[in-house]
Every structure is written in structure tokens, then in C-alpha cells.
Design a binder for this molecule. Structure first.
Ligand code: HEC
Ligand code: HEC
Ligand code: HEC
Ligand code: HEC
Ligand code: HEC
Length: 309
């Protein structure tokens, strides 16, 4: 084998190694934090309060509860294991920095800064940029929001982790986030419109309506296809409605409920147009009231007929 080939295969081998994802088991952050001691219930409650303080811009750094530091490290590990991030190998160092190749605490922690340090990747106001490394679309929308502007203007406003709860980083459902939004959007605090939680929930309910209209359009297009009809126009409108639907979770982060609502309406319109264009009757669930009325009329008619005899 000549040396050119040798070099080439060496390069290829190096490349192959470099693209193999870091397996969590080889990640020192995970290995070590897994073994620390965990929170008891009272301490867990304490951490909840700490997070609420952070969201309401009351400085409550770890320094004030230094004894529980060790337990934070374990408790956060436990929450993390339940997250989609754990599933996709987004490990501690992806957000906190540090050296996941070192087993020595002091070395591994080089570059890991406390959340109270304004240079930290997890400092409250720096969090959007930290998450935005991977969630660029959400960050771009978020930058247009009043939330982001207030956050940067050092005022009380939510950051990504206010709504996505470290370290599960899950998507809240509407019943959960009503309380969360009301922490700031209420009549007493007067920092923003108090009716926002209700309007936000109404907007997301409207998104459910779009999903239903898309299902109906999909079904009628399938039926039309079976009958050999030309469905190209209907399909185009359905595609349009679906791409609007897929973009909603990202668009949501501009926190502009008016334009969010308008976009959903245009999606609903496109889906309904697709239903009409397919030329197939849409089987809407019949209202029970109508059925009962029909039955009653039938019974009355029978009764009248029988009486005549
Ligand atoms: C050898 C064990 C060990 C390793 C390896 C380790 N940690 Fe830690 N970590 C700890 C302990 C113990 C604490 C509790 C506070 C302390 O003792 O410094 C902690 C605390 C932390 C904290 C709380 C804030 C702070 O700075 O103290 C963060 C964040 C953190 N670790 C992230 C990481 C990340 C990210 C990695 C990998 C790059 C990592 N750790 C690797 C043991 C470890
Ligand atoms: C997706 C990003 C992300 C990942 C992954 C992540 N963290 Fe965090 N972590 C944060 C954010 C944001 C905060 C600040 C909010 C808070 O104080 O809880 C934080 C706070 C912490 C704190 C409190 C430190 C302080 O200075 O207030 C500890 C300890 C911690 N994380 C440990 C871990 C460990 C251990 C892992 C891995 C098992 C991990 N984190 C994975 C984003 C992340
Ligand atoms: C290193 C890349 C990376 C970073 C940094 C990161 N994420 Fe993620 N995140 C992912 C991946 C990968 C997924 C799973 C695939 C997906 O849903 O797109 C995910 C999923 C999510 C989800 C969806 C969870 C679900 O249950 O569907 C939320 C919410 C989320 N991340 C929030 C955050 C927040 C908030 C931060 C910052 C504190 C953050 N992420 C930082 C890569 C990252
Ligand atoms: C930590 C406080 C805080 C939390 C929590 C919070 N907000 Fe806000 N919100 C604000 C601030 C501050 C503004 C900016 C008001 C302004 O621009 O004067 C705002 C503005 C808004 C606006 C724009 C209002 C308008 O008139 O256009 C919307 C929409 C909004 N928030 C929705 C939400 C939703 C939905 C939630 C919960 C999922 C939420 N907010 C949680 C502080 C918060
Ligand atoms: C005021 C609350 C709030 C803030 C602040 C917020 N989010 Fe969200 N996020 C939500 C809600 C609610 C959803 C679900 C929206 C939906 O179902 O349409 C969501 C959905 C997501 C998703 C899932 C998107 C998908 O395609 O399914 C990701 C990822 C995410 N957010 C990341 C972020 C990041 C990154 C930031 C900061 C730059 C952030 N969020 C800030 C409330 C928030």
C-alpha cells in the first residue's frame, strides 16, 4: 500500500471517530453527578422556590443555600434523565461548558460558572443564547418578543427556562402554564396585560381546530383519490395548511398572539378550501340535538298516522 493511501485511510478513520456521538457513559459529568446524593422532599420544594425567585428576578443565587449545592447537582441529574435531552445525548456540558473528558472535579469544572455569575452560559439573561445554539428558530422568534426585550432591559421577564423548567425541559400543557403566566400576567402586578393567559390558551385551542380541519381535508382527499379524481389543487392547499401547522410551535415564541391567531386562521382557511376542492362531502360529526329532533319528529308522525286509522 503506498503512503498516500495510508494517509487517506488514516484521515478517514479520524473522521469516522470524530463523528461518532459522545456516548453518555463516557461523559464524566454524567458519571460523577449520577453518584452524588439527592434532594429530599423539603429540599426539592426549596429548589422550586429558588426557580420561582429567578423567574421573578429576585436574586437568589446558590451562594445563599451553599449546603445544598451537592444535592442540586444530583437532583438536576435525575430530572435530566427524564428529559428528551437525555434521549438525544444533550449532556450537562452542552449547556454548562466544562471538560466532560476529565474525571477530576476541579478540572472537569473549568469554565463551569454559577448561574449567579453574569458571564455564565446559564445566567438568567444569557439562557436564550445558550439554548439558541441548538434551537435557533425558537431564539429568532423569541428575539422579536416583548419578553426578550424586557429581559435584555434588565426587567422582570421570562427566559427559556422559566417556561421549560430545568432540567426536564419539557413542553408545558395549557393547564400547567396558566399558573405560570399568571405569575406576571395578573391584575396586581400590572407589568403586562392581565388577560394574556386566557388569550394564549384560546390561541392554542385554535391550533387544535387547525389540526382537526387538516384531518378532515386529508380524509376527503384520500376518498377523492380512490374515486380517481384530480386532487392536485386540494393537495396544494393541504400542504400549505400542514406547513403552517408545523411552524406554529416555533412561531409561538414571538409571543404576538394577534399575528399567531391570524396565521392559524389562514391555515384553517387553506384546509377548508382543500376539503371543498376535493369535491368529497366532509363527514362532520352530526350534532346529537339534531338526531334527537329527527327521532322525535318520526315518532310524532307515526303516532299521528296510527291515530288516523
Ligand atoms: C468527579 C466528580 C465530578 C465531575 C467529573 C463533574 N462534577 Fe460537577 N459537581 C460535582 C460536585 C460534587 C458538585 C457539588 C459542588 C462542589 O462540590 O463543587 C458539582 C457541582 C456542579 C455544578 C454546580 C455549580 C458549580 O460550579 O459548583 C455544575 C453546574 C456542574 N457540577 C456541572 C458539571 C459539568 C458540566 C461537568 C462535566 C463537564 C461536571 N460537573 C463534572 C462533581 C463533579
Ligand atoms: C439544556 C441545557 C442544560 C442541560 C443539558 C443541563 N443543564 Fe444544568 N442548568 C441549566 C440552566 C438553564 C440552569 C439555570 C437554572 C437553574 O438554576 O436551575 C442550570 C442549573 C444547574 C445547576 C445549578 C447551578 C447554579 O449555579 O445555579 C446545577 C447543579 C446543574 N444545572 C447541573 C446539571 C447537571 C449535573 C446536568 C447533567 C446531568 C445538567 N445540569 C444539564 C441548563 C442545563
Ligand atoms: C446541544 C444542543 C441543545 C441545546 C444546547 C439545547 N437543546 Fe433542547 N433539544 C435538543 C435536542 C436534540 C432535542 C430533541 C429533538 C427535538 O425535539 O428537536 C431538544 C428538545 C427540546 C425541547 C422539546 C422537549 C419535548 O419534550 O419535546 C425543549 C422544550 C427544549 N429542547 C428546550 C431547551 C432549552 C430551554 C434549552 C436551553 C436551556 C435547550 N433546549 C438547549 C438540543 C439542544
Ligand atoms: C417573569 C414574568 C413573565 C412571565 C412568567 C410571563 N410573561 Fe408574558 N410578558 C412579561 C412582560 C414583562 C411582557 C412585556 C410587556 C410590555 O412589553 O410592556 C410580557 C408580554 C407578553 C405578551 C405580549 C402582550 C401584548 O400586549 O402583545 C404576551 C402575548 C405574553 N407576554 C404571553 C405570555 C404567556 C403566554 C406566558 C406564559 C406561558 C407569559 N407571557 C409569562 C412578563 C412575563
Ligand atoms: C413564556 C413561555 C415560554 C418561553 C419564554 C419559551 N417557551 Fe418554548 N414553548 C412554550 C410553549 C407553551 C410551547 C408549546 C407551543 C405549542 O405547542 O405550539 C413551547 C415549545 C417549545 C419547543 C418545542 C417546539 C416544537 O417544535 O415542538 C422548543 C424546542 C422550545 N419551546 C424552546 C424554547 C427556547 C429555546 C426558548 C428561549 C429562546 C423558549 N422555548 C422560550 C413556552 C415558552
Amino acid at each position: 500500500m503506498d503512503y498516500k493511501k495510508l494517509i487517506l485511510s488514516a484521515i478517514l478513520l479520524l473522521f469516522a471517530i470524530s463523528i461518532v456521538p459522545v456516548v453518555s457513559a463516557d461523559n464524566s459529568c454524567i458519571n460523577c453527578h449520577e453518584k452524588l446524593s439527592a434532594f429530599n422532599e423539603t429540599e426539592r420544594h426549596f429548589n422550586e422556590i429558588r426557580l420561582q425567585h429567578l423567574a421573578r428576578d429576585i436574586t437568589c443565587s446558590l451562594e445563599c443555600h451553599a449546603t445544598t449545592l451537592n444535592k442540586f447537582a444530583k437532583s438536576n441529574y435525575e430530572l435530566w434523565t427524564k428529559s428528551k435531552h437525555a434521549l438525544f445525548n444533550v449532556t450537562c456540558n452542552n449547556c454548562h461548558g466544562g471538560d466532560p473528558g476529565s474525571d477530576i472535579k476541579e478540572k472537569a469544572h473549568i469554565g463551569v460558572l454559577r448561574s449567579s455569575d453574569s458571564n455564565s452560559t446559564i445566567f438568567y439573561r444569557n439562557v436564550p443564547e445558550t439554548c439558541g445554539k441548538c434551537h435557533a428558530n425558537e431564539l429568532n422568534q423569541f428575539k422579536n418578543s416583548g419578553h426578550y426585550q424586557k429581559l435584555k432591559a434588565l426587567q422582570q421577564a421570562p427566559s427559556c427556562d422559566t417556561c421549560h423548567r430545568p432540567h426536564e425541559f419539557k413542553i408545558l400543557n395549557t393547564s400547567e402554564f396558566h399558573d405560570l403566566c399568571s405569575q406576571c400576567h395578573n391584575l396586581d402586578m400590572k407589568i403586562a396585560p392581565a388577560d394574556v393567559p386566557d388569550r394564549a390558551i384560546a390561541a392554542l385551542d385554535n391550533a387544535e381546530k387547525l389540526k382537526n380541519e387538516i384531518k378532515l381535508a386529508y380524509n376527503s382527499i384520500q376518498q377523492a383519490k380512490q374515486k380517481g379524481k384530480d386532487v392536485s389543487a386540494a393537495q396544494k392547499d393541504l400542504d400549505n395548511a400542514m406547513s403552517i401547522r408545523d411552524n406554529l410551535p416555533v412561531r409561538w415564541h414571538a409571543f404576538d398572539l394577534l399575528s399567531f391567531g391570524k396565521v392559524i386562521d389562514s391555515g384553517i382557511e387553506a384546509a377548508q378550501k382543500a376539503q371543498q376542492e376535493s369535491g368529497m362531502p366532509v363527514s362532520k360529526p352530526s350534532t346529537p340535538g339534531f338526531g334527537i329532533l329527527l327521532a322525535l319528529t318520526g315518532i310524532t308522525a307515526m303516532y299521528m298516522l296510527l291515530r288516523r286509522k
